[in-house]
Design a protein around this ligand. Structure first.
Ligand code: ATP
Length: 464
């Protein structure tokens, strides 16, 4: 990936995609706001993901579970006891570092299975190589396990705050909690999937790298419930589907790769990540695809006392289904798609930046311009065309601000695939060209003269 992260961050802000959270108050670390163009790209990604994982599948069900959950949820899931990262503090300037990530930066693997003692042994052996990112000294405290769950005071009326209701540490727990309800109401035949896009909150020690590591995030999860031990083929299919989905969003295959986890937690059967070549970071986790056996439902069955076994109508057996999970942060997905679409070239002797977003993801599929702003007859006709496109289901923008060249640049930078200009020929100055427009293609800058009806048809077919 040749573009650097600063360029991406600055384009995202300049063009209304992503703003730093609470900026007028000096910001709040690890939070970002999706601006007017960003929310469109984000929603288009969610729509495309939902279509692939619900509408295009059979026996997959959507869910939108409450964020606040009974605190027992996070005990059963292991988050209260074990959802922690190793934290050390710089004794010189108090900057906090995440020790496993700093070790990884110097080529040492400290995986999530290791105890804090094991991490400290590794940390001690490599202290000389790890410098504070702020003051560059190498004087750190010991690492300690820092729990990432974020607490709220919702409904906690105890004087010492001893019954905290947590914000979700991961979105997928809602699916396990509603598993019984889904089985009872939808009567799905195993294997079946439940999917959700939901918010999660993590007290990340070092939120950084833009949308890659934030404290408030959104996760798109699928949980596929299968018969015990029937995981192999289904797992391979899910891996393949997820890989192909990224390609269908326009991501270049050379920027994706697989990473298999070496040390699995005791219940896991297999775990792979799809990694993306993030700008300035290199390859890192984009999405996790995990074969989790019956761990999650067994835990909730034990803690809740509710029977979560599936009654197999065909065989009469009762068993706890195994789960194949996919989980991706929407922010990481957004960053990967946005960065992958970034292009620079030269057009008409000038340097140009454009986003080669797939048309179904671009904030606008077309922009309509009157050639001149101060000619009411051009503006009126352009407004008619704009209304016609909207009626045809095209996400269209109307822009009469500045000269045509500037308008093209603006649309290029937000990834609008087509610009349509209405000029005097459209109005019949040259009778042969009556009701024709200039259609400009984003990626090549090429222009062609087509009728309004043809332009509408072209847009419709591109979208579908
Ligand atoms: P990491 O090791 O990077 O902290 P993780 O292995 O804890 O991530 P999971 O708990 O498996 O991540 O979460 C599933 C997905 O959620 C990840 O693949 C990633 O896309 C996303 N994700 C996790 N943590 C964050 C975060 N702090 N900011 C943005 N996205 C995140």
């Amino acid at each position: 990936m040749s573009v650097d992260l600063d360029t991406i961050v600055s384009l995202a802000k300049r063009r209304g995609f992503v703003f730093p959270g609470s900026e007028i108050y000096g910001g709040l670390a690890g939070t970002y706001d999706f601006g007017p163009n960003g929310v469109e790209l984000l929603n288009n990604l969610k729509r495309s993901w939902w279509k692939a994982n619900v509408y295009d599948k059979e026996n997959y069900y959507g869910l939108d579970a409450a964020m606040f959950k009974n605190p027992r949820t996070w005990e059963a899931s292991g988050h209260v006891g074990g959802f922690s990262d190793p934290l050390a503090e710089c004794k010189e300037c108090n900057t906090r570092i995440r020790v496993d990530k700093e070790l990884a930066n110097v080529g040492v693997v400290a995986d999530e299975k290791m105890s804090i003692e094991e991490i400290n042994t590794l940390f001690d052996a490599h202290r000389a190589e790890i410098a504070c990112p702020k003051c560059h000294k190498k004087n750190f405290s010991e690492a300690r396990a820092f729990n990432l769950l974020v607490q709220s005071n919702l409904g906690d009326f105890t004087s010492d705050g001893s019954e905290p209701v947590y914000l979700p540490g991961e979105a997928c727990q809602g699916i396990y909690l509603d598993y019984r309800n889904i089985v009872d109401t939808m009567n799905p035949k195993i294997p079946f999937g439940v999917v959700q896009i939901g918010k999660a909150f993590r007290n990340e020690i070092a939120p950084r790298n833009f949308l890659f590591r934030t404290r408030e995030l959104e996760q798109a999860d699928t949980q596929y419930f299968i018969r015990p031990n029937e995981n192999k083929q289904a797992y391979e299919q899910i891996k393949q589907d997820r890989w192909n989905w990224y390609l269908a969003q326009g991501i270049r295959e050379e920027n994706l790769r697989w990473h298999q986890h070496e040390n699995l937690v005791f219940y896991a059967k297999d775990a792979w990540d799809i990694e993306y070549n993030f700008p300035s970071l290199g390859f890192d986790e984009l999405e996790g695809i995990h074969d989790r056996s019956d761990y999650d439902l067994t835990q909730h069955m034990e803690f809740s006392g509710v029977d979560l076994r599936y009654l197999d109508q065909e065989t009469g057996e009762k068993y706890v289904p195994w789960i194949l999970e996919t989980s991706v942060g929407m922010g990481r997905m957004f960053l990967a798609v946005f960065a992958d679409a970034y292009r620079e070239d030269e057009l008409g002797g000038e340097k140009r930046i454009y986003l080669a977003l797939a048309p179904h993801l671009a904030p606008y599929q077309a922009a309509v311009f009157p050639l001149l702003k101060n000619k009411p007859e051009l503006v009126d006709k352009a407004r008619d065309v704009y209304a016609l496109f909207k009626k045809a289901g095209v996400r269209a923008a109307f822009d009469d601000n500045g000269n045509i060249g500037k308008r093209y640049r603006r649309q290029d930078e937000i990834g609008t695939p087509f610009c349509i200009t209405i000029d005097f020929d459209t109005l019949g100055e040259n009778p042969e060209l009556l009701d024709t427009v200039t259609l400009r293609h984003r990626d090549t800058g090429e222009q062609e003269r087509v009728t309004i009806a043809e332009a509408a048809e072209r847009l419709r077919s591109t979208i579908s």
